[in-house]
Design a protein around this ligand. Structure first.
Ligand SMILES: [Zn+2]
Length: 844
């Protein structure tokens, strides 16, 4: 298949304007294929010219251009040539399309709970032609009329309000004519979905999920509607433009690759967001953030769409920034920026450390697929941080005025980075060329630290130091603050605009030397924070006394960065964790640091021989917190989950797996039970038959996926070879199934059991691009990357990266996984020996 190039898109947009689409989908043709008739009315600016339409079909029944039949055999690489176009044209393509199972295109999944099928369209980034013939590029917008035939007991949802055309079999549904949409925003969700409906400010609202998720859907509906209402009110006020797409449906769909997708009027979400068991506060915050994020896209992204994929940041950086702003200003989640620091920015900093790092904007995406590679923590978290810097630079009033002008001037059309910055420049009267060159157009980040002189515990002088990365030099002015605490008492705080390599912090002079000094303590800027040695040494005693959760999040983020670049020993991280975690009051920090310690710090940075002791330390902290936390709270839940995942106490695990002695609130929590079962399985304390019996007690999609992971995690060679075959063979496994198999496979008590799959990974997994979509495969490549942290793995990884036959998604994920491997090796080389001593001497 061709991936559309920028040059082709420009040329086609010069030539063609699409007037309208009429799309008929027939979803009543069984589980494999569906019928698709696409009628496109379009004009051609140079009559007589040639172009093409995009179509990726199982078979094409007919193609009619202006009443003349064209030969479908001419379709090659997903393109049908169109010759000698008239000024006004009508193209009708009748085709049979295949459902997908990798979350791209029209995805079809069977719910194991009741064997009923669900369909949803996810047409991002270039999957639209696998659902309907179209001119697939973001700047050829048009209104849509969509009709759907589907089994009679199904519900149909889409971008326009759906109306069933009377009792017929199969059922027929018509969706209201849409506003002009980009091709990748079109969706249809169909199946026996169950619904909760409401209304707000004249906007009909709907929440929808699989029938087997009716209970959690109804339990969570009030909370989701509340955030939806608050976000509508907030964005109406902020943007000054009414929500333009009619009804607003939020559909929770199975096996969704991302968090959600901002289809106008019909947003799709991963259905794990309907937490079936207990949920921590940060999980609710995270869902609220996604709800608000997609809503902000209705303006940024949907009403005004980027002209080409290289301005993807316009969408994602904005939505990331706006959703956090909305949560803080308009909802109960007033600590959303703390969550951003510890969840989103930690993700973004990881992307920034990889050799795949790239500027927020201005990377010319030569084709659509290569743009997908930049859909990462840089586009989201760094982009949002950079927007906060922009606001500090031009002022909030001017920023919002510029945003309003941009949205108003380009409604139902497209915009570019230059258009957007132009609007901010006009509103603020500020020249942004130098600013955007440093912050938007240059990759990487500065490292900031404080150099301080003291005498008798009093600060004499202090400077903020900025180190510019040699590979990506730029002048990035930082609006930030520096703050210090001793025993929980704030002893100093200073706001600065740091320009150049040294900025005096005069405001600190004369104040007491704080025990803990935190550069960027409000986390306004994007930089690596290097904590001074005194602060690092003081953290086990002092961190939990710092009253400002935002500053604690910055400290944890700095520790994580330090571990990854082999500046901070993983033992230091675990020491701070053991001393302070049980006292942590912020839900996001509490749960995220537990996950990070268990799933990243120990497996990546602690050598094999020390891992059991390191996990025992985590389990001890977890047991401690579980004993003191009030049952049913986020603290209790976080403690129970960490204990379930790390404990070596077989009798406790067996009791919990059987449902006895569980902390209150976890009695019927299937997801919690799977954490316990996974621990039992990976330790070899249960066998495959036992996993199957737990599976039969949780006959759901989540149960099936967890059972796959647990079977793959069994520490016996047969389990590993089975998992490898299921993962890399053509068994029709879904995107989610492959990721779960990969996660389980590398759980192993030693490297020997999984050694065979290190070399095979580098041949078998890239070959999967023959049948797995790029979006799904990029996740599989990361999940399946060998968790055997040796130089032999590194040699194979380096060799793989020299190949010239990797698809863009495989290469990008390999680059990132290889970078993580080298971080682990560097840390082990620096601290491994010392850790061996430390592990032997102290009870890790
Ligand atoms: Zn988004």
């Amino acid at each position: 298949m061709h991936s559309l190039t920028l040059a082709e898109a420009r040329e086609r947009a010069e030539l063609i304007s699409v007037t309208s689409y009429a799309v008929e989908l027939d979803l009543d043709q069984g589980a494999e294929v569906f019928g698709s008739v696409s009628s496109i009315a379009f004009t051609c600016g140079s009559p007589g010219a040639d172009s093409w339409v995009d179509v990726k079909a199982r078979s094409i029944e007919s193609i009619m251009l202006n009443g003349t039949a064209l030969d479908p055999a001419e379709v090659a690489g997903g393109r049908m040539p169109l010759r000698d176009l008239a000024a006004e044209n009508v193209l009708v393509v009748r085709a049979t399309m295949a459902y997908s199972h990798d979350g791209q295109g029209l995805h079809r999944a069977t719910d194991p709970a009741d064997r009923r099928d669900y369909v949803y369209g996810h047409l991002f980034l270039d999957a639209a032609p696998s659902v309907y013939a179209c001119f697939d590029q973001p700047d050829l917008k048009a209104p849509y009329d969509i009709t759907v035939r589907a089994p009679q007991d199904w519900v149909v949802l889409g971008n326009g309000a759906a109306t069933a055309s009377g009792p017929s079999s199969p059922g027929e549904w018509r969706l209201a004519t849409t506003r002009p949409l980009a091709t990748y925003f079109v969706t249809v969700c169909a199946g026996p979905y169950v619904s909760v409906r409401d209304e707000h400010d004249g906007i009909p609202l709907g929440l929808h999920a699989r029938a087997s998720l009716r209970e959690p859907l109804e339990r969570h509906a009030a909370e989701i509607f509340t955030v939806t209402r608050q976000s509508f009110d907030y964005f109406h006020g902020l943007f000054g433009i009414r929500y333009p797409f009619g009804e607003y449906h939020q559909v929770f769909v199975p096996e969704f690759n991302a968090g959600a997708m901002e289809n106008p009027g019909c947003v799709t979400f991963r259905d794990q967001y309907l937490f079936r068991g207990a949920a921590t506060r940060d999980e609710l915050l995270s869902r609220a953030n996604t709800v608000s994020h997609e809503m902000s896209h209705m303006w940024f992204g949907d009403l005004v769409t980027m002209k080409w994929w290289d301005d993807l940041w316009l969408n994602e950086s904005f939505a990331e920034y706006m959703s956090h702003r909305c949560l803080v200003d308009a909802t109960e989640y007033t600590d959303a920026w703390v969550d951003s620091s510890i969840v989103r920015k930690v993700w973004g900093y990881g992307a920034e450390r990889s050799p795949s790092t790239h500027p927020v904007a201005g990377v010319e995406a030569l084709d659509a697929q290569s743009a997908l590679q930049n859909f990462d923590g840089i586009a989201y978290a760094k982009g949002a941080a950079v927007l906060r810097q922009l606001i500090a630079y031009v002022g909030d009033e001017a920023f919002i005025a510029g945003v309003r002008a941009y949205l108003t001037d380009r409604s139902y059309s497209n915009g570019t980075l230059a258009d957007f910055l132009g609007a901010i420049e006009r509103a603020s009267g500020t020249d942004l060329r130098a600013w955007s060159s440093g912050w938007l157009l240059t990759a990487d980040r500065d490292t900031i630290s404080v150099d301080l002189e003291e005498q008798d515990g009093v600060v004499r002088s202090a400077r903020l130091l900025r180190e510019v990365p040699a590979a990506h030099p730029a002048d990035r002015p930082h609006a930030l603050d520096v703050a210090g605490w001793t025993d929980g008492v704030a002893v100093s705080r200073v706001d600065v605009m740091a320009v150049g390599d040294e900025t005096p912090l005069d405001g600190l002079a004369g104040s007491a030397h704080p025990a803990v000094l935190v550069p960027n303590s409000s986390d306004l800027t994007w930089a690596r924070v290097r904590l001074d040695d005194g602060t690092l040494d003081a953290l086990p005693v002092q961190l939990s006394r710092v009253p400002d959760a935002q500053a604690r999040a910055v400290i944890w983020s700095a520790l994580i960065d330090g571990v990854h670049v082999a500046d901070v020993s993983p033992v230091t991280f675990l020491d701070v964790f053991e001393a302070t975690w049980v006292l942590e009051g912020n839900a996001s920090i509490l749960t995220r640091m537990a996950l990070y310690a268990e799933h990243r710090v120990v497996p990546h940075f602690v050598p094999r021989q020390g891992q059991a002791r390191a996990l025992a330390r985590l389990a001890r902290s977890a047991g401690d917190l579980l004993a003191r936390a009030e049952e049913g709270t986020t603290r209790s839940l976080a403690a129970a989950r960490l204990l379930a995942g790390t404990s070596a106490d077989e009798s406790l695990l067996r009791a919990w797996a059987e449902g006895s002695g569980l902390p209150r609130g976890l009695e019927d929590d299937g997801d919690f039970r799977w954490i316990v079962v996974r621990n039992l399985a990976s330790r070899g304390l249960i066998d495959g038959a036992a996993v199957d019996s737990f599976r039969s007690r949780d006959d759901t999609l989540q149960g099936a996926l967890n059972a796959l992971m647990c079977r793959a995690a069994l520490p016996v060679p047969e389990a590993k070879s089975w998992a490898w075959d299921q993962l890399t063979g053509r068994h029709g496994r879904s995107n989610y199934e492959m990721v779960h198999l990969a996660r389980g496979l590398w759980m192993s008590p030693d490297d020997g059991l999984v050694a065979d799959y290190v070399e095979r990974y580098f041949t078998d997994v890239p070959a999967m691009s023959a049948w797995v979509g790029e979006d799904a495969l990029s996740r599989v490549v990361l999940a399946a990357f060998p968790k055997v942290f040796t130089e032999a793995t590194e040699t194979l990884s380096r060799a793989a990266l020299r190949r010239d036959d990797l698809t863009p998604a495989v290469r990008r994920s390999l680059v990132d996984a290889d970078a993580e491997l080298r971080e682990a090796l560097a840390s082990r080389a620096t601290f491994g020996a010392a850790m061996g001593v430390g592990i032997a001497a102290s009870p890790m």
